[in-house]
Design a protein around this ligand. Structure first.
Ligand SMILES: Cc1cc2nc3c(=O)[nH]c(=O)nc-3n(C[C@H](O)[C@H](O)[C@H](O)COP(=O)(O)OP(=O)(O)OC[C@H]3O[C@@H](n4cnc5c(N)ncnc54)[C@H](O)[C@@H]3O)c2cc1C
Length: 413
């Protein structure tokens, strides 16, 4: 696994840490923060520049071209993740940087079925919050700066990894070397750590891409997250702090045609596809496209190594749960590692790491299977499946207890 060229350039000395986290995204930075008080020396590296706080500008429309002043990637953060980030002191301080949603409305654009959830079902004042990924990452980073035993190195990429007794010896692209007892892969869906550790994945493409953008609508969103199952795939309107701005995630076999439309045509198409649920769409911001893959690592741990977040699993964004699973992984791994220093156990100890894996695998697989099932049911154009789908959703909508259970599951409780 080690690249001989890099090995010979290792002159900068070796940094020794207990835990090296590769990937300072949502999962990696959450783990670093959750290790506060563990007395473990932690280093986080990330190939990207330091996450900067978002400077929100006022939304402006010129014709149908919207400059929303928001960054395009957002996540629906469930109540469990929100509570975790608050406990870690990493929940964004500015209330204007997130939008708490109090209701969810999901409906079948090709049928009659619709289901609505509101926060009464969970006896909470909201169901979750929509937050820009950049806002969360910057807030987690700022909080991690206050940690005593934690170093953060951005603009630093992994070059090679070699197993070394009970831990790993890692070389970075700049030639520096790190020796750690535990190497954590928090480096996203295309995880290099997972690949270098030769951990296989079960994966397939959903044969879909997600179009992501921000829109301005005629009617205010009223703090409701909406999702319509259209013929091409699920179309989500996620409420942003400005009552007339929504983040859009639209899954389709290919986003090429959507990307090629002019702004006016896309606005009109979005209004039609959403059954004008928020009236006319009067502006659309820059568009981005993401390929969608389902991927699950066959194992999350080896001696001296653990995978968390998208490095361990990626799922369809249709229920907005990917980042939430990553927060739960980070929390679960931190819980088992918190005891290591006190029990005089190495954080790379396989028995310790297996406790993390067994606490998370079933929940992650359940969510993956649920997303797969939902996607298949709502993708089907078969009239029988469509009839059963409408019946099932209507029944769910009318059964208070079952509906409350689903709402609690989505909230991460
Ligand atoms: C369209 C779309 C919409 C989504 N919506 C939601 C939602 O509403 N709610 C939700 O919960 N989830 C959602 N998700 C999923 C969510 O975005 C991901 O699950 C989450 O961002 C994964 O976080 P992570 O930290 O595991 O990985 P990432 O965010 O991918 O972070 C990985 C980090 O590792 C760094 N890195 C990578 N390789 C290296 C290397 N070799 N060396 C050093 N650093 C490296 C990267 O720079 C990055 O900072 C959505 C996903 C998509 C595609």
């Amino acid at each position: 696994m080690v690249d001989p060229d890099m090995a010979s350039k290792s002159m900068a000395g070796t940094t020794e840490v207990d835990v090296l986290i590769v990937g300072g995204g949502l999962a990696g930075l959450t783990l670093a923060n959750a290790l506060r008080g563990s007395r473990l020396a932690v280093l986080v590296i990330d190939s990207q520049p330091i996450p900067q706080p978002v400077v929100t500008a006022v939304a402006e429309c010129q014709g149908y071209a919207l400059a929303s002043g928001r960054s395009p990637r957002v996540s629906a953060i469930n109540l469990a993740s929100e509570a975790l980030l608050q406990r870690l002191g990493a929940w964004p301080a500015d209330p204007g940087s997130s939008c708490a949603f109090t209701g969810m409305r999901v409906w079948d654009g090709r049928g009659t079925a619709a289901i609505e959830f509101n926060s009464d079902l969970t006896s909470t004042d909201h169901l979750g919050s929509i937050v820009e990924n950049q806002v969360l990452t910057a807030s987690l980073y700022q909080q991690a700066l206050t940690l005593e035993d934690t170093q953060l190195r951005f603009d630093s990429s992994l070059a090679s990894v070699v197993a070394d007794g009970t831990g790993y010896r890692v070389q970075l692209q700049d030639g520096s070397e790190i020796r750690c007892q535990l190497l954590v892969g928090a480096d996203g869906g295309a995880s290099q750590v997972r690949e270098l550790a030769q951990i296989k994945t079960l994966e397939w493409s959903y044969q879909q891409e997600a179009l992501v953008t921000t829109i301005k609508t005629e009617l205010p969103h009223q703090g409701i997250a909406r999702q319509c199952f259209t013929a091409t795939g699920p179309l989500a309107f996620l409420p942003l702090p400005n009552p007339q701005l929504c983040s859009v995630v639209w899954s389709a076999a290919s986003t090429e045609a959507l990307l090629a439309l002019d702004d006016q045509a896309l606005c009109q198409l979005l209004a039609r596809a959403s059954e004008s649920v928020l009236g006319k769409v009067s502006g659309v911001d820059r568009r981005f496209s993401f390929p969608l893959r389902q991927r699950h690592a066959l194992r999350y741990v080896k001696g001296g190594l653990a995978l968390i977040g998208d490095a361990a699993h990626t799922i369809h964004p249709l229920a907005g749960q990917g980042a939430n699973l990553g927060f739960a992984d980070a929390h679960a791994l931190a819980l088992v590692l918190q005891q290591c220093r006190f029990n005089e156990t190495s954080p790379g100890d396989l028995a310790v790491l297996q406790r993390y894996e067994s606490s998370r695998r079933a929940a992650n697989l359940l969510m993956t299977a649920t997303m797969e099932g939902l996607k298949r049911i709502f993708d089907s154009g078969d009239p029988t499946v469509s009839w059963v789908r409408n019946l099932g959703v209507s029944m769910l909508d009318s059964r208070g207890t079952l509906k409350a259970m689903v709402a609690r599951l989505a909230a991460g409780n």
